[in-house]
Design a protein around this ligand. Structure first.
Ligand code: GUN
Length: 294
């Protein structure tokens, strides 16, 4: 099985579904080993409110847990829940020996203090990698729980045998969830990294420099072929729903595939990897728990 379908002309397609499926087989085996030691990995999934996109992401995460034998425990809370109530729930999950990972789906309703919520999750259960402790680890070149989406991108690059060291990487998008940790992970691998964002002037001048271009801006068709160097590797992290219901990324796929050497599609590129890495982090957390014999 290969994740790379060679196109007649243009880029090889990096198929995240294939890579995630391959990982799933290994994850299932890891879970069975843990179960033999009396530990079933447990992931608490907290969804506040009724954001339709979040509902879909959360149900996919829960389904993926089931597929590898991770026990997921869902908490669907009304949008009206108070900060205090949410913090109390997180405190309970922190103390629960059967919970190895805690995921609070973002975005949260405006009245909730997101920073406080993320800091309240015990760092050793922070499988999303959003706690300040885990972010700090990334800054100093360590990975305790790497955030799932950029971690998934790193796996796709590795699986596709794309060298990173010494290469020019441009990350478009500077979010805490994707852009910033992505840049840190690539720096840890000795890439030369530039981060562009909504206020970057003449974006194309920057993206043209990229041997590897990672786009996570949330803007459909932001990157067109004139902005891409011939032979570049293009990773599209965007997930945008168009008015006609179609899901597209941030890259003009049809145009850019003719110029790039590798390209990840949307859907079916980075998306499945985000979930695969969440399962990976949850299993690692349960393995640490089992090893420490808490
Ligand atoms: N919202 C969008 N991406 C993510 C993610 O990776 N984790 C969580 N918890 N919420 C998200």
């Amino acid at each position: 099985m290969t994740a790379l379908k060679v196109e007649q002309s243009g880029a090889k397609i990096i198929d995240g579904k294939v890579v995630a499926k391959k990982m799933r087989a290994d994850q299932k085996a890891q879970v069975e080993l843990l179960q033999a030691k009396g530990v079933t990995p447990g992931l608490a999934v907290v969804l506040v409110g009724e954001d339709p996109a979040s509902e879909i992401y959360v149900s996919r995460k829960v389904k993926a847990c089931e597929a590898v034998g991770i026990k997921s425990i869902s908490y669907r809370l009304p949008a009206t829940i108070s900060n205090e109530e949410l913090l109390v729930l997180i405190g309970k999950l922190n103390a629960d020996q059967n919970v190895h990972g805690i995921l609070v789906q973002l975005p949260l309703p405006k009245h909730i203090d997101m920073a406080k919520v993320l800091e309240t999750i015990a760092p050793e259960k922070d499988v999303d990698g959003f706690h300040l402790y885990n972010v700090g680890a990334l800054v100093v070149g360590r990975q305790i729980f790497p955030p799932c989406t950029p971690y998934g991108v790193m796996h796709l690059l590795e699986y596709s045998d794309i060298p990173i060291e010494g290469r020019n990487v441009v990350v478009v998008g500077a979010s805490n969830i994707v852009g910033k940790p992505m840049a840190l992970m690539l720096m840890a691998r000795d890439a030369t990294v530039a981060i562009c964002h909504a206020k970057t002037r003449d974006l194309g001048q920057w993206t043209m420099l990229a041997d590897i271009l990672v786009v996570a801006a949330g803007v459909p068709n932001l990157i067109v072929s004139q902005m891409v160097k011939t032979g570049a590797v293009v990773i599209d992290v965007g997930i945008n729903r168009l008015p006609d219901g179609r899901i597209v990324g941030d890259v003009d796929f049809e145009g850019v595939r003719k110029k790039a050497s590798y390209i990840s599609p949307v859907p079916g590129g980075v998306g499945p990897m985000t979930i695969a890495m969440l399962l990976e982090n949850t299993i690692i957390s349960a393995q640490r728990f089992a090893a420490s014999d808490i």
